[in-house]
Design a protein. Structure first.
Lengths: 210, 378
């Protein structure tokens, strides 16, 4: 089946203490652990959103990546028409373990709603939607590895069927000391601007492997 | 749009191990929500709906050794097996896809007392997907959807989309979640659990009851595999409230958007299966969204009084129950509901009613501000 043409209008990679946007290195941090690094980056980019501090590590990663893509530009389409399709392998494993520790011992049993709420992977979608005023369709999928094929096929279908006009999509993984964020803005844009690249499986693979 | 038919289904819950057993119990107005006193799960007695684990492992032993499979895995596999037994579908084919819907899967393995605790990889949902793939010898690794309480409705919607790509003839959609110490303690910390079975949409509702269940829906492109009513998944949508991560929007924004998008101008909705968790906020929000969408007069129910809130299974087993209503022209009462308790009047079904159902709307909302809708027609 031939596909309509869509474009990757922007993308952001967050890994190994570095943040890239459209291939350009924007920030190198000094902190090795995920949360201190995310906090360092949050300050570096001058983001003013105190809720950031309350979030778990996965949400911090997602908020940063989406903020770096959307901070500098106007929304490509109405909030109702932007979708978010995300993937990872560990779901909310970090926060799951924190919650488990709070209930493991009857002596120190103290589950907290502000932790429990983050024991769902799709909370990062909620956090991004609140921050960016995005009301479109969203889904969180779990897969063993980043899978450009599934992502490309499903996002293309959603755009073709007009479920959404543009899509914030990618991989957001955070577990223990490891983190890996790759977020793409895919649009049905008609005007070809500088730096816009075709949305296809090979391109996603290429960007992700940078 | 290419039609997507419903071929077969299953529900495993406190009320039975297949769709008919569950439907019979619901017809008789039985609840599976009971008081449990299990110190392994909660420091104090709690109300929840839990399936019969002895019967589960006994039934499972005809497929494999139950000691090698976790409770969650046994539920999923048993549910799929029963649903498939009524079809001739070749699951090993490249043209069959599995979708798994769950919020927490094998989360109980984090508990040091769990039999699988020493295998930390067991917790990962991608690993559960692989295990299911190996068990059924599937060509594709199952797709895993983990999107809070709308996971089940979303999974069916995604399954229908997968059939429409033309790449798959059949999609087996299964949802499951357990009642664990993990989940009980979390909802309890939110003060969202109620004493006794929950009371959806009722004036005196105080919170939800948790439930454990698995459910399966087999979607197919093959019209011959569906029953005489030829039930079809029409369409569905999801949307985010962009309002709060753990509370619904006061205006029901996201839910209103997904209802508005799924309604077709020349098609009346005959029946709505609401999320109806029986928390004060959720049910109030649903009444607002339904009223904004002009659906106040359409009969609506919630199944949470029978099964409790079964999280990743909820959307699936509630769609199965809705399909049973369509096939049998019966609308089930909202168990636990007695008096109107929402600011916007809606038509809550308060006794079992014979009525033709040609168009069925399923809605769901969940943490993370997520909402979903799905329409099934005869």
């Amino acid at each position: 089946m031939s596909r309509m043409n869509f474009h990757i209008s922007d993308y952001c990679l967050i890994r190994h203490q570095k943040i890239f946007r459209k291939g350009e290195l924007l920030f190198t941090g000094t902190e090795q652990k995920p949360v201190p690094f995310f906090t360092e980056a949050y300050k570096h980019f001058g983001i003013n959103y105190p809720k950031f501090y309350k979030m778990d590590s996965l949400c911090k990663l997602g908020l940063l990546a989406s903020e770096i893509i959307l901070q500098a530009k106007d929304m490509p389409c109405r909030g109702e028409d932007i979708g978010i399709i995300l993937y990872n392998a560990a779901s909310s494993a970090d926060t799951d373990r924190v919650h488990q520790r709070s209930i493991s011992d009857r002596e120190t049993y103290f589950p907290s709603p502000s932790i429990f709420v983050y024991t769902l992977p799709n909370i990062v979608i909620g956090e991004i939607c609140i921050r960016q005023k995005i009301f479109g369709e969203s889904t969180f999928f779990i897969s063993e590895k980043f899978d450009p094929h599934s992502l490309y096929e499903y996002v293309s279908q959603l755009l073709e069927e007009n479920v959404m006009e543009c899509c914030l999509t990618g991989w957001l993984e955070c577990e223990g000391d490891n983190y890996d964020g790759a977020l793409f803005m895919v649009e049905k844009c008609t005007t070809i601007e500088d730096g816009i690249v075709n949305f296809d499986e090979e391109k996603i693979k290429e960007i992700y492997s940078q | 749009m290419k039609p997507v038919y419903l071929a077969s289904d299953n529900i495993i819950s406190s009320l039975g191990f297949n769709t008919d057993e569950n439907a019979r119990a619901i017809t008789q107005g039985q609840t599976g929500i009971k008081l449990h006193n299990d110190a392994r799960l909660a420091p104090v007695p709690f109300w929840a709906s839990v399936s019969d684990h002895d019967r589960l492992s006994q039934g499972f032993s005809q497929y494999a050794d139950p000691s090698h499979y976790s409770l969650f895995e046994q539920l999923v596999i048993s549910s799929v097996k029963d649903a498939l037994s009524k079809t001739g579908i070749v699951v090993q084919s490249e043209r069959t896809l599995f979708i798994l819907s769950t919020t927490k899967g094998n989360i109980d393995v984090l508990d040091p007392d769990n039999a699988f605790h020493n295998d930390p990889s067991r917790m990962y949902l991608w690993n559960t997907a692989r295990l299911i793939q190996n068990f059924f010898k599937l060509f594709h690794t199952p797709v895993v959807v983990s999107n809070a309480c709308i996971s089940g409705v979303l999974a069916v919607l995604i399954g229908a989309r997968m059939i429409r790509t033309g790449k798959f003839d059949h999609v087996v959609v299964t949802g499951a979640d357990l009642v664990t110490e993990f989940v009980l303690s979390g909802f309890n910390s939110f003060l969202s659990l109620c004493e006794g079975p929950c009371k959806p949409f009722d004036k005196n509702r105080t919170g939800l009851s948790l439930g454990e269940a698995a459910g399966t829906i087999v979607l197919t492109a093959d019209r011959k595999l569906t029953g005489k009513d030829e039930l079809q998944v029409r369409n569905g949508f999801s949307s985010n409230d962009a309002n709060h991560i753990s509370g619904p929007s006061r205006t029901g924004e996201g839910l209103y958007i997904v209802i508005k998008k799924v309604l077709e101008p020349d098609r009346n909705v005959d029946y709505i299966s609401a999320h109806g968790t029986a928390t004060p906020y959720n049910d109030e929000m649903e009444s607002i969204a339904l009223s904004r969408a002009g659906l106040s007069a359409v009969p609506v129910n919630s199944f949470k009084g029978y099964w409790g809130h079964t999280l990743g299974a909820a959307g699936i087993i509630e769609i199965v129950a809705g399909m049973y209503s369509m096939r049998n022209n019966i609308l089930f009462k909202t168990l636990g509901y007695a008096e109107p308790g929402t600011s916007q009047p809606i038509s809550v079904i308060d006794h079992n009613t014979k009525s033709p159902v040609n168009t069925f709307l399923k809605i769901a909302s969940g943490f993370g501000g997520s909402n979903a809708s799905l329409v099934i027609t005869k």
